[in-house]
Design a protein around this ligand. Structure first.
Ligand code: UDP
Ligand code: MG
Length: 312
C-alpha cells in the first residue's frame, strides 16, 4: 500500500531534524518489510513559519527521496494546514496519516495504523490512554470541554487529537465538507465508514514550545461546540420562555400588591439584582447568537481555507 504522512509545522525548527530522523528510520524499515510501498511519502506542511522551518523542509526533500513539502502563503492555523495537506495529497496515496511535528504522538503507531487499514478500516483514530504527561490545567480544561460537548450533543472521540489514518475513500468524503471553522475531530466521525481506535500514551513535546496558547485553545474549543451543535441557541430560547412566564407571575403579584393589599413599597435590592441578572442574561444570549451569526458570515464568503505558495 502507498502511505502518506501529513505533518503541519509552525515554527518547528527545533524539532524537525529529530522528527525527520525518526520518521525516515521508521519508513525505511517499513519499506524493507514491504509494509508500505517504495513510493510512500511524508509531507511537511509549512504553515507560514517565521523561522527556518521551510529551509529545513527543502533540505530534507533533497536528502531523502520520500520527504515532500507544501508551503502555505501565510499562517492559516493548524486545522487549515492539516486540511491543506490532506486535500492536496489525497489522490496520491491509498491512505494518509495526520501527525503533529513535535513527536508527542508515538510514531510506532504508524505500523498499527497501516495494519488496521489492511484489515479494511477506513478511519483509524489514535486515542491517548492517559494524560498524565499533560499539565493539570490542560487535563482539566480538556475534561470540562468533553463534558460540555457531550451535553451539547456533539459526538466526538474523547482524547483523540488529530493523530489518525484516513483511507482515500474517507478523504474523498472529507472533501465534501466545506466548512470554514474547521474542527476536524468533530467532522470525521460524521463521515462514517468502518473505523476503530488504537490506544497510546502521548509524550511531552520533544523540543520548542506549544503553538497552541490558551487563546487559540479557547477559540478552537468554541468551534468544537458551535460548529456542531445548536444547543446553546436552544438553551437561550428555553431560558427566554422561562423568564417570560416568570415575569407574568411577577406582574400578577405586583397587581395583587398594588390593588388588593395596597403595600407597594418597592425594594431597592431586589430591583438592582434583577436588573443585573436580566441584563447579564441578555448580553450573554446576544453573544451566543453572535457566535453563530459570525460563523454564517465567515461561511457565506467562501474564502479559501488555505493558499499554497510552493510545493516540493
Ligand atoms: N501548528 C500549525 N499551525 C499553527 C499552530 C500549530 O501548523 O498555527 C502545528 C504545530 O507545528 C504542531 C501541531 O500543529 O505540529 C500541534 O501544535 P502543538 O504541538 O504546538 O500543540 P499542542 O500539542 O501543544 O496542543
Ligand atoms: Mg504538541
Amino acid at each position: 500500500m502507498k502511505l502518506g504522512i501529513v505533518i503541519p509545522c509552525y515554527n518547528e525548527e527545533e524539532v524537525l531534524s529529530e522528527t525527520t530522523k525518526r520518521l525516515s528510520e521508521l519508513f525505511s524499515s517499513m519499506m524493507e518489510r514491504e509494509e508500505i510501498s517504495e513510493d510512500s511519502f511524508i509531507c511537511y506542511v509549512d504553515d507560514g513559519s517565521k523561522d527556518r522551518t521551510w529551509e529545513q523542509i527543502e533540505a530534507y526533500s533533497e536528502e531523502f527521496t520520500f520527504f515532500k513539502g507544501i508551503k502555505l502563503s501565510r499562517n492559516f492555523g493548524h486545522q487549515n494546514a492539516l486540511i491543506a495537506g490532506l486535500m492536496q495529497l489525497k489522490d496520491e496515496a491509498d491512505a494518509l496519516i495526520s501527525m503533529d511535528a513535535d513527536l508527542q504522538d508515538d510514531i510506532m503507531l504508524v505500523k498499527e495504523f497501516v495494519a488496521k487499514y489492511k484489515e479494511g478500516y477506513h478511519v483509524v483514530y489514535g486515542v491517548r490512554e492517559d494524560r498524565s504527561k499533560d499539565t493539570s490545567f490542560k487535563r482539566h480544561t480538556a475534561g470540562l470541554f468533553y463534558t460540555l460537548q457531550r451535553y451539547m450533543g456533539v459526538e466526538s472521540i474523547h482524547n483523540h487529537a488529530d493523530y489518525r489514518l484516513m483511507s482515500k475513500k474517507a478523504l474523498n468524503s472529507l472533501a465534501e465538507f466545506k466548512e470554514i471553522n474547521l474542527f476536524l475531530r468533530g467532522i470525521i466521525p460524521l463521515i462514517g465508514f468502518r473505523s476503530c481506535s488504537i490506544y497510546y500514551t502521548r509524550d511531552e513535546r520533544f523540543a520548542g514550545e506549544t503553538k497552541y496558547p490558551i487563546k487559540k485553545m479557547l477559540f478552537f474549543a468554541l468551534d468544537g461546540i458551535a460548529s456542531f451543535s445548536v444547543m446553546p441557541l436552544r438553551v437561550i430560547t428555553v431560558a427566554g420562555f422561562l423568564m417570560f412566564f416568570f415575569s407574568l407571575l411577577m406582574i400578577l403579584w405586583i397587581l395583587v400588591e398594588k390593588f388588593i393589599l395596597g403595600e407597594t413599597v418597592l425594594g431597592w435590592a431586589s430591583m438592582m439584582t434583577s436588573i443585573y441578572l436580566i441584563g447579564g442574561i441578555q448580553v450573554m444570549s446576544i453573544g451566543i447568537i453572535g457566535e453563530y451569526v459570525g460563523r454564517i458570515f465567515q461561511q457565506i464568503k467562501e474564502r479559501p481555507r488555505y493558499i499554497i505558495d510552493q510545493e516540493i
